[in-house]
Design a protein around this ligand. Sequence first.
Ligand code: BTN
Length: 245
Amino acid sequence: MKFKVFKYDTVNSTNMIGHNLAKNGHNNFIVLSNTQTDGKGRLNRSWVSEKGGLYLSIVLDISKFEAIEHSNFIASLSVLTTLKEFSSAFNNSDGISYSIKWPNDILLNNCKICGILSELNIKENYIIIGIGVNLNNSLENIKNDYKAISLNQMFENTEKQQIDKNLFLTRLLSNFNNYLNMNSEDLINNYKLNSETLNKNVRIVLNDKELTGKVVNIDFNGLYLDTNSDLGIKLIEVGDCIHLR
Ligand code: BTN
């Protein structure tokens, strides 16, 4: 799929610009910005978006894209694959491991390098997949309860390398197109192979509710948590997932 590109230096949020453009009749496009002043994260959090990071939203017309429930899987695998390609191009993939924390955080050695926020507008027939990747950005102002990392930190002892954002984007969109054409079974199997969450003991938090258990499966509907209690195996569709030992 070919995407039109809307490029900005700074916006409030590429997702918000995506909503405006979609409502004005555009479809199948991407919104890119060097920084965001009001970057949105999952579960009403904010996403600190300083210069050097990649901030984009992919907006798809869902009347021609049946498998909406695939979108988070397609997006997370595209970012993961692109990161792996960059690491091996730097001949520096030793000791680096990439994985996906459910639903769609990308981790580098267990630190968060990418977050994804999908927003669906069924009425107007579009989905926005917002992707933030820490490439060259400083993480000083990120105050979260998880550890974050930027890709260039992995290379700073060797070549003080700046990651080429345009090349990263080109590879990301190419991988996105590949995963878009992948059948459901291969897609979920690929996801599970790279999942940090599958078979882990986790705590799921949503609003005031918490559940702990072991993750026994993940599919397009969500995560299956064996609660080891009368609740049995619970399907979790949304929530914060915290890995336990
Ligand atoms: C998360 O909480 O992990 C999801 C973060 C998603 C951030 C990206 S950056 C580009 C796009 N625009 C936004 O406002 N948010 C997403």
